[in-house]
Design a protein around this ligand. Sequence first.
Ligand code: FES
Ligand code: FES
Length: 175
Amino acid sequence: MTDNKMKVTMTVNGRERSADAEPRTLLVHFLREQLGLTGTHIGCDTTQCGNCTVLVDGQAVKSCTTLAVQADGSEITTVEGLGTADNLHPIQQGFWEEHGLQCGYCTSGVMMDMVGLLKENPNPTEEEIRQGLEGVICRCTGYQFIVKAVQRAVEIIKESGQPISEKQVAGEVRS
Ligand code: FES
Ligand code: FES
């Protein structure tokens, strides 16, 4: 199938990236194997765990259910685009402060899913956070500390005094 490859170009974490992909290549494999962005995890083969969630044009999407060619020309944000160790994104800061993880395998997908939620609903209730988490499976935490982490992220964003915007959820609001 090597002669079946086509060039796919997308803006990933603010940088234009291009690589070859077969028509059947999943976005998650393209990100991990072609672009080396291994922060996006694969946690199932049944489209259920959400551990592979990334933002595609601002929407939280399971990257194992999207073909790389479908994302051609799109803006992608992966966990690597959220923040740095010295300058955490509010969702990362929330997880840090509230111990929102155990093994961490689900964490990148959970955070991307919650960034997608906060873009649509900057002030979610606990119930709304829990509903938003229905698309992602965490096999360790029991979710309570994840919910607290998201609530802390909401506080951090509020404390910043800035309205939610695409740029802020892409990492420009800091505590
Ligand atoms: S790896 Fe995508 S939903 Fe599980
Ligand atoms: S922290 Fe282990 S799967 Fe969620």
